[in-house]
Ligand binder design. Structure first.
Ligand SMILES: Nc1ncnc2c1ncn2[C@@H]1O[C@H](COP(=O)(O)OP(=O)(O)OP(=O)(O)O)[C@@H](O)[C@H]1O
Length: 243
């Protein structure tokens, strides 16, 4: 069976000078929460953007054994969803963002259809209430969905964008860029628990996560694999504390 994601010798050029990183190769398999660490500025966020086809790169990326382009980039980005560290830079409101993401996610997974059928819903209708409910479970009031991103606090924006990623239930792979960096410890734990339980739920679409964190403790709590990016490439470690 092919890996969920496979990166082969990825490098990211700069307009001038040495590439940000080069020769990054690894696979993500079903059930993995791959912790990505490395010093500030080494290129972790850039790598996630390359994987999501939001940044130019050299090398090859395969999703379920096929090149990302063969899915069509918008559809691919729905299956392999980048969750930004600073969603406050997005234009419009969370509801606007949700509408644009949902537009590309019209092909729902079988598991999503099964869950909708169980609830007696028409699976072809996208339901924002799932995202709102996930947000509520993390203390996000419904009115925030209609406020401009720029007017949400860092922690509110971070929880809203994560609620979209989870509630949409369209992505098999989530690329999480320091997803709890603006959250208090209690909210962070709640987010960690929801994401890990989604990954374990056989009815969930979610199959794998690449998770950037600077916190060794968080890496140890949620990670199943531990990698470090260096200017020379990527190194896999056996435990969070080795990084
Ligand atoms: N849009 C851009 N234009 C030019 N350089 C950029 C751009 N975005 C990032 N960089 C540079 O690319 C390098 C990698 O940045 P990146 O944000 O990927 O690092 P990071 O490892 O995620 O850092 P941190 O841990 O501080 O978030 C840095 O030197 C950064 O200044």
């Amino acid at each position: 069976m092919s890996a969920l994601l496979e990166l082969r010798s990825i490098s990211c050029p700069r307009p001038e000078g040495a590439p940000i990183f080069h020769d990054i190769s690894f696979s993500l398999n079903e059930g993995d929460i791959l912790i990505l660490r490395g010093r500030s500025g080494v290129g972790k966020s850039t790598l996630l953007k390359c994987i999501a086809h939001l940044n130019v790169y050299r090398g090859e990326i395969f999703y379920r054994g096929k090149a990302a382009k063969s899915y069509g980039i918008p559809a691919y980005r729905t299956h392999v969803l980048y969750v930004p560290q600073r969603p406050s830079l997005l234009p419009g409101t969370p509801r606007d963002f949700l509408a644009s993401v949902a537009k590309f996610g019209s092909r729902r997974s079988k598991s999503k259809d099964q869950r909708a059928a169980k609830k007696g819903e028409n699976s072809s209708d996208f339901d924002i209430s799932e995202c709102v409910d996930v947000g509520k479970s993390w203390g996000v009031e419904e009115e925030l969905w209609d406020r401009n991103w720029a007017n949400l606090s860092g922690g509110e924006a971070q929880r809203v964008v994560l609620a979209i990623a989870v509630g949409l239930d369209a992505a098999e792979v989530l690329l999480l860029d320091e997803p709890t960096s603006a959250l208090d410890p209690v909210s962070s734990k709640s987010v960690e628990e929801r994401l890990t339980s989604e990954l374990r739920d056989p009815h969930s679409t979610l199959k794998g996560i690449i998770w950037i964190t600077h916190s060794e403790e968080q890496g140890a709590r949620v990670g199943t694999r531990f990698t470090e990016i260096t200017p020379e490439g990527v190194r896999e470690n056996r435990a969070a504390t080795e990084v």
